[in-house]
Design a protein around this ligand. Structure first.
Ligand code: ASP
Length: 463
């Protein structure tokens, strides 16, 4: 039905049919020029007077959707545009069909839309996404995810989906709750990560799992953090810390090098948490020189040996990273006994790249008494432990293998690959900084009928 604009580059002399959007119209004396955009790029169309195409071409405006039939012909030497893959040819239009007209867009997707007011950009996100920058970013995102998938499949991982409606669990952030119609007064929680399900999959013997998973956390929004993000979530059985780190390092290297990026240092340098804080003042840092920043180099490193626990706000202890982690083997005895708590180090490893945490994971406490000890340190009574993680303790009593894993943040990795400073530049439909969804403007009130069905009444906070 159509030829892509990019494919016209080597079709001189042939008649083609193109479909796409008008980027611009230029009336040059008698000739009319159109730039037509499709997913592959842009091509120049030329329309000569006294043709039926000419009458239509006179009326078309930017962002109209057209089908154009015409002959690919070489441009005169002085008209060649070396910047464009199709810059040496143009299409001599014979027929133009208007597939749809377009209202004047609220902003011009040919310009740098990052300068446009955020509310407007996200309200009209479908237009914003036409911009070259957003097209490039989302293509890069798809490419990154596909290459991770390809790598993981080549290494015998299985892709398994886990539920979105699940139970509220202690993972450090506030849950999004979903009221239950069948059980008024009860709530599902949206997953902060597939952490527990992937551990159950290890218990089931799948041994190597991954998922391109949505994770939802009701946290304060920041430049690099939204309510929803996607993670490449991975878990492996019969592994130690070194095995997981080696697998992930191999994957990241293969993926980003295949995408044409340069990695500053291989193998990735390692820092203990203590070293990182002493050297960089934080556990996320940027190892690149100014020149490397300009060249888009990726500087990965690992941070390991984090303290397992830290003082909780209300006194007592809480976990620093992940309550399901295994302490480092040399601290296991103290951990089980609840002794020397501030000294206990966890098997957690964080992958840092260009100042962001690009991933993090750990070896897990796969024996029930180790997980129980973690919760005891955090002040949980046996009853509270049972309520909170009883299901997973029970699973671990049925032959859970040693296992560990990691989650890589897709958006943060894409921010590094694109050089973008905001999460919204690498997500198709992000939220505004004020927490409104793009285009559709949620959250909205529920109708009385909906509330009634859910057994809920709304009590608004006093202003
Ligand atoms: N569940 C962790 C997270 O989402 C990652 C992991 O330990 O695998 O950050």
């Amino acid at each position: 039905m159509r030829t892509l604009t990019l494919a016209t580059a080597d079709k001189t002399g042939e008649t083609v049919t193109l479909s796409g959007w008008v980027v611009a119209r230029r009336d040059h004396g008698k000739l009319i020029f159109l730039d037509l955009r499709d997913r592959s790029g842009v091509v120049q169309i030329v329309i000569v007077p006294k043709s039926s195409a000419y009458e239509i071409a006179k009326t078309v405006r930017p962002e109209w959707v057209l089908q154009i039939k015409g002959e690919v012909s070489g441009r005169p030497a002085d008209m060649v545009n070396p910047e464009l893959p199709t810059g040496h040819i143009e299409i001599k239009a014979e027929e133009i069909t208007v597939l749809n007209e377009a209202a004047t867009p609220p902003f011009d997707p040919r310009e740098d839309t990052t300068a446009i007011n955020e509310e407007t950009r996200l309200k009209y996100r479908y237009i914003d996404l036409r911009s070259e920058r957003m097209q490039r970013n989302l293509r890069l995102r798809s490419d990154f995810v596909q290459k991770c998938r390809d790598y993981l499949f080549s290494r015998d991982f299985l892709e398994i989906e886990t539920p979105l409606l699940t139970k509220s669990t202690p993972e450090g952030s506030r849950d999004f709750l979903v009221p239950s119609r069948q059980y008024p007064g009860k709530f599902y929680a949206l997953p902060q990560s597939p952490q527990q399900y992937k551990q159950l999959l290890m218990t089931s013997g799948f041994e190597r799992y991954f998922q391109v998973a949505r994770a939802l956390r009701d946290e304060d929004l920041r430049a690099d953090r939204g309510f929803e993000h996607t993670q490449i979530d991975i878990e492996m059985s019969f592994v130690e810390r070194e095995d997981v780190m080696a697998e992930i390092e191999a994957m990241m290297t293969k993926v980003v090098e295949a995408m044409g990026y340069k990695i500053k240092e291989k193998p990735f340098p390692r820092f203990s948490y203590r070293e990182a804080v002493a050297k960089f003042g934080a556990d996320k840092f940027d190892l690149r020189s100014e020149a490397e920043k300009k060249a888009g180099v990726l500087a990965y490193s690992w941070v390991v040996d984090f303290p397992f626990f830290e003082k909780a706000d209300g006194g007592g202890w809480t976990f620093t990273h992940n309550p399901f982690s295994m302490p480092k083997p040399e601290f296991l005895e103290d951990h089980l006994a609840g002794k020397k708590i501030p000294e206990i180090l966890t098997t957690q490893y964080d992958l840092v790249c260009n100042g962001f945490e690009s991933g993090g994971g750990s070896i897990r406490a796969h024996r029930p008494e180790i997980l129980e000890a973690t919760y005891r340190v955090m002040g949980y009574s046996p009853r509270e432990i049972e309520d909170s993680v009883g299901h997973i303790l029970s699973a671990f009593r049925y032959g859970a293998p040693p296992h560990g894993g990691i989650a890589l943040g897709v958006e943060r990795n894409l921010m590094n690959l694109t050089g973008e400073s905001y999460l919204r530049e690498v997500q198709a439909f992000p939220m505004t900084g004020a927490g409104h969804t793009a285009v559709m403007d949620a959250p909205t009130p529920a109708t009385p009928a909906q509330l009634n069905e859910l057994g809920l009444s709304v009590k608004l906070p006093k202003k």
